[in-house]
Design a binder for this molecule. Structure first.
Ligand SMILES: *[C@@H]1O[C@H](CO)[C@@H](O)[C@H](O)[C@H]1NC(C)=O
Ligand SMILES: *[C@@H]1O[C@H](CO)[C@@H](O)[C@H](O)[C@H]1NC(C)=O
Ligand SMILES: *[C@@H]1O[C@H](CO)[C@@H](O)[C@H](O)[C@H]1NC(C)=O
Ligand SMILES: *[C@@H]1O[C@H](CO)[C@@H](O)[C@H](O)[C@H]1NC(C)=O
Ligand SMILES: *[C@@H]1O[C@H](CO)[C@@H](O)[C@H](O)[C@H]1NC(C)=O
Length: 316
């Protein structure tokens, strides 16, 4: 995964940081709410969701009023584990997101925020980083034309149906805008709202499959550098690209060995066969199926039987 497919989202994401009258996507009407299902499904797929992503998803679902109690519990646990483990390493943004997510509505979790002194830690970090924020707010207001909010909504809904925003963080960031909320609407004193208004039927996926043994699927997998190295891999249905890579790595660590990093956009591949992607050389590890570049990351692309997967040393 690279910055490449994040770029078109940037304008919309900034929308969530500024007062809504400056940046208006029209609120989606009640009868069109089923258009949001792909976003909700993406956010429900927690298998490789890390702490930052969990915070994004939790805040978004709470703000939009689409959280179920069960999902909320799982997300809260992920965010707490993450904060406990990493509080000193988090950026102000990551920490702010965690605070907002945990405190977005009235629950016993507010205690957690104070126990860990999260707000104080945030103040210190924020001082160091504040210039960047100013810049972002300044840039955003010129992207939007109020009178065109319906057009923006149509565009966004079309993109959702085509599978854009199919990374949990992307889905989490667009959802509140579509129901007329921004992060300025976070109110720690309002009670948490639980909803089943929208049909959150989760696709069969590794994270939710019950104890019955999952069916297996077979995919072809190759690493392309200057030469192509291929193998066939069998994984449980519902597996994602990363599961295939791990399985191949077990077969032969020399040719399929890889390293990865966590980010708020999900895990991404840093090296394969010891060859590192490098911003200076504009190189990255591209993931493809049947020669077509995938817009999702290794942690979110759910593989299908017969997929012809490839990870390719590429330039952008
Ligand atoms: C917004 O868009 C409408 C229709 O495209 C156009 O007539 C109007 O001038 C635009 N307003 C601004 C402030 O750009
Ligand atoms: C929810 O989705 C499932 C599967 O797509 C469908 O069978 C069911 O009727 C839907 N329920 C509602 C309330 O729309
Ligand atoms: C691929 O081949 C080119 C030209 O032969 C060479 O310069 C480059 O270092 C090779 N790349 C890798 C990753 O082996
Ligand atoms: C993978 O399986 C296909 C048929 O299922 C076979 O043609 C191909 O040779 C296999 N590839 C490898 C690398 O084992
Ligand atoms: C891994 O692949 C390389 C190159 O094909 C081969 O030389 C090596 O023996 C393989 N290792 C294992 C453990 O199969």
């Amino acid at each position: 995964m690279t910055q490449v497919h994040q770029l078109p989202l940037v304008g919309l994401l900034l929308c969530l940081l500024i007062p809504s009258h400056l940046c208006k996507i029209c609120e989606i009407s009640e009868e069109k709410k089923s258009y949001l299902n792909p976003l909700l499904r993406t956010m429900n797929n927690l298998k490789y969701t890390n702490g930052v992503e969990a915070a994004n998803v939790l805040l978004s679902l709470r703000l939009a009023g689409f959280c179920s109690q069960d999902l909320e519990q799982k997300l809260i646990q992920k965010v707490k584990d993450y904060v406990i483990k990493k509080i000193s390493d988090l950026s102000s943004g990551q920490l702010a997101w965690s605070i907002m997510a945990l405190g977005a509505c009235k629950t016993p979790n507010e205690m957690f925020i104070y126990e860990y002194n999260m707000v104080h830690v945030l103040e210190n970090k924020f001082q160091e980083e504040i210039e960047h924020m100013d810049h972002a707010l300044f840039v955003s207001s010129k992207y939007y034309n109020e009178t065109e909010c319906q057009k923006t909504l149509q565009t966004v809904l079309k993109e959702i149906s085509q599978g854009a925003f199919n990374i949990p963080t992307a889905a989490a960031q667009i959802l509140p805008a579509l129901v007329g909320k921004t992060y300025l609407d976070v109110n720690k004193d309002s009670p948490c709202v639980y909803s089943s208004a929208v049909n959150i039927s989760i696709p069969v996926s590794g994270s939710v499959t019950p104890a019955t043994s999952p069916s297996l699927i077979k995919v072809h997998y190759s690493v392309k550098i200057n030469k192509t190295y291929s193998t066939n891999v069998t994984v449980p249905s519902g597996s994602v690209f990363l599961d295939v890579m791990e399985e191949a790595q077990k077969q032969n660590k020399t040719i399929f060995g890889f390293t990865m990093k966590e980010s708020s956009w999900g895990p991404y591949i840093t090296s394969v066969q010891g060859i590192e992607a490098n911003n200076n050389d504009r190189t990255y590890w591209e993931i493809l199926n049947r020669g077509i570049s995938l817009s999702q990351g290794v942690g979110s692309y759910i593989v299908h039987n017969g997929d012809y997967l490839e990870i390719r040393w590429s330039k952008y």
